[in-house]
Design a protein around this ligand. Structure first.
Ligand code: SF4
Length: 678
């Protein structure tokens, strides 16, 4: 039976063959988005639901000083509801937070944010996008009025130039990387901006090896050069944008000379990249965490938006602005309103019309004040007294791990709802065992806005239940105690029907029946609509219908290298693993990539007398981890690269928790460290 891969945002369609309660192989149908292709995670990484670490029954405890005890669902749900209500009585709505998961279905996310808003009265709702693409969301929303890829993945076949910035696509979105590389072999050109020699850099026509954290300067310098050289699209700028003059004035300092000094990239290469991008009509920009995970993440994403507007690249086939979303349903989680400032459909919490729409639908008065972002919620503990955490492992994924652990230790009440035990489970008071993607129905939305089906192939083990069922039952208890309405649905399709009713302009035409064969892309306002492929062809989704330029001023990273910590640490992912490693490290992929390897440039290794494979300590101002040195030219001199999948050697013990002022995303890509021999 066909379902959707639970790893990355490509949303590959998979057909796992199950025999004797085990997956014996995984096939891929010849339909979009992957047309039969899969990466190693989709092919060999889907067996984590059979892990011995599965959570099989509810568990509760009064305090962290006592061990968990097994509970019935009735008991655990009653206990959780009672504790949430206590926190609500003591602290009011601002004292609670709900974090839905980008790993759960659209229906489950919708229900979790509804529980927070309609029952607890709080907009303290957020998800892991805060840690990956919240900066892209901020920049795209304010400039274009939309927070997603503007173009479909099929447009890769129409693209003549790819501008890939800060995306190790080969390892993080392998099927998309294969498509882009094939298109490059067909004659398209590719400019890659990345400090590391990734698989994309290897396939590039032009590789710009920027110093970490300086992409923003480079992108602004490209814009300035394009303006000076007269390569910009004046007609497009005049007809479709606003804010141009103010933005143009902000570019004064971004000369090629200064760009060379700051980024380390030769000025001729920067000028060539700018010329290639500006003069190729079908040029698409693609980016990921290398752009976003900085204290200047929003500004860097904004610089990409500005560049695309300047050269008239948005609203056209084969071009556009394309943030590659990480988690399988991170696009869907945002669409469903798992954000503190927007309802489903990105309708603003602060706007009266949006509030009235959801008050009418849910039958309750709603809080007009936007909530806290995830990173702010953790800082607000213990003023925030209770958190309902679904399918996330912040101990592994948040920066400055020891600080976060201290915060969680002082949190009066935590619910962890997950399929597997993880590093955050020990901080919980209630553990709800959830069903995996193989054990439930629903939909995920991939990186190019395609809503696709998730299908139940197996029964959940033990007493695990789908996330939507758990949230619904918890909501039922809260609603009863609070005297508020709470709809009970027979299953995920009923919830989806409410989503269609809530945001008809986006999802009105997408029915489960239409998703039988293949996914449908939003916006899709009615059932005869095919789903919009290219956004903003005629107008932008802003009040004026025009896109807006915003100045994107450069500032250096928050923690530059120093005498004591002379290296820059950059964190990220590898092909074989996924995010906090909870899924991939409980699958067969663990055998292929069992432990942390930290990339060290050969010149640095020689200076330190380090051999390839030698154990080392990586030390920052916040802590120390032990790893194996991987001596490789992939990383430049002065930079070490550590994937963050390994709980026993957590890269996020080292990372800095400085935040972008707009999106509040942490600066994962630049922390100062030193290397020590073991
Ligand atoms: Fe799964 Fe992404 Fe690999 Fe496709 S590319 S198989 S969605 S991990």
């Amino acid at each position: 039976m066909r379902t959707t891969c639970p790893y990355c945002g490509v949303g590959c369609q998979v057909e796992p063959e199950v025999q004797g309660g085990r997956i014996i192989r995984v096939l891929a149908p010849d339909i979009p988005p992957n047309h039969g292709a899969l990466c190693v995670k989709g092919r060999f990484g889907l067996d984590f639901p059979f892990s011995k670490k599965r959570l099989l029954y509810p568990m509760v405890r009064e305090s962290r000083n006592v061990p968990f005890r097994r509970a019935t669902w009735e008991e655990a749900l009653d206990f959780a509801a009672e504790k949430l209500l206590e926190a609500l009585r003591r602290k009011g709505p601002e004292g609670l937070a709900v974090f839905p998961s980008a790993k759960t279905t659209n229906e489950e996310v919708y229900l979790a944010q509804k529980l927070a808003r309609a029952l607890l009265g709080t907009h303290n709702v957020d998800h892991c996008s805060r840690l990956c693409h919240s900066s892209s969301t901020a920049a795209l929303s304010r400039s274009l009025g939309g927070a997603s890829m503007t173009n479909p993945l099929e447009d890769i076949w129409k693209t003549d130039l790819f501008l890939v910035v800060g995306s190790n696509t080969t390892e993080t979105h392998p099927v998309i990387a294969a498509m882009i590389k094939k298109r490059v072999r067909q004659g398209a050109r590719m400019v890659v901006v990345d400090p590391r020699y990734t698989g994309m850099a290897e396939a590039a026509t032009l590789w710009l090896r920027v110093r970490p954290g300086t992409d923003l300067f480079l992108l602004n310098a490209m814009a300035r050069y394009i303006l000076e050289a007269g390569l910009w699209d004046r007609a497009y700028v005049e007809a479709r944008t606003e804010g141009f003059a103010e933005w143009q004035a902000s570019l004064e300092e971004y000369t090629l000379e200064r760009a060379e000094a700051i980024t380390g990239v030769e000025r001729e290469k920067i000028a060539l990249a700018a010329r290639l991008y500006a003069t190729t009509e079908r040029a698409g920009a693609y980016w990921a965490m290398g752009v976003t995970q900085h204290t200047k993440g929003t500004a860097t994403a904004q610089a990409l938006v500005n560049l695309a507007l300047l050269t008239g690249k948005v609203g056209k086939e084969g071009a556009g602005l394309n943030p590659l979303r990480g988690q399988n349903n991170v696009q869907g989680a945002g669409d469903m309103g798992a954000l503190p400032d927007v309802y489903p459909g990105y309708l603003k919490v602060a706007e009266e019309a949006a509030r009235k729409r959801f008050e009418a639908l849910w039958g309750v008065p709603l809080n007009p004040k936007p909530g806290l972002r995830m990173t702010e919620v953790f800082e607000a503990i213990p003023e925030v007294e209770a958190i309902y955490l679904i399918g996330e492992d912040p101990v592994t994924s948040e920066p400055h791990q020891d600080h976060l652990k201290a915060k969680l230790s002082s949190l009066p009440f935590l619910i962890v709802q997950d399929i597997l035990e993880n590093e955050t489970t020990p901080f919980a008071h209630v553990v709800f065992p959830a069903a995996s993607f193989l054990e439930k129905e629903g939909t995920f939305t991939n990186t190019d806005r395609r809503v696709q089906r998730v299908r139940r192939l197996l029964d959940p083990p033990g007493e695990a239940r789908p996330d939507w069922w758990i949230t619904q039952e918890l909501g039922r208890r809260l609603a009863q105690a609070l005297g508020r309405p709470w709809r009970v649905y027979p299953g995920p399709e009923g919830i989806w029907e409410e989503v269609r009713q809530a945001i008809p302009e986006l999802m009105g035409g997408i029915t489960y029946a239409r998703l039988e064969e293949e996914g449908v892309r939003w916006p899709c306002p009615h059932e005869d609509h095919p789903g919009e492929a290219v956004l903003f062809r005629e107008r932008f989704n802003t009040p004026s219908g025009r896109a807006r330029f915003f100045p994107a001023p450069y500032a250096p990273p928050a923690e530059p290298p120093s005498e004591d910590y002379p290296f820059t640490l950059s964190t990220g992912r590898v092909l074989f693993h996924w995010h906090g490693g909870t899924l991939s490290r409980n699958s067969r992929l663990q055998e292929a990539y069992p432990e942390l390897k930290v990339e060290v440039n050969p010149k640095d290794a020689a200076r330190l007398g380090l051999q390839d494979g030698e154990p080392i300590y990586v030390v920052s101002r916040r802590g120390r981890i032990r790893a194996k040195a991987w001596v490789t030219e992939r990383t430049p001199e002065g930079v070490v690269y550590a994937p963050f999948h390994f709980a026993e050697a957590p890269a996020n013990r080292l990372t800095l928790d400085a935040l972008d002022p707009i999106s509040r995303i942490p600066e994962y890509k630049v922390s100062a460290v030193r290397l020590e021999k073991v």
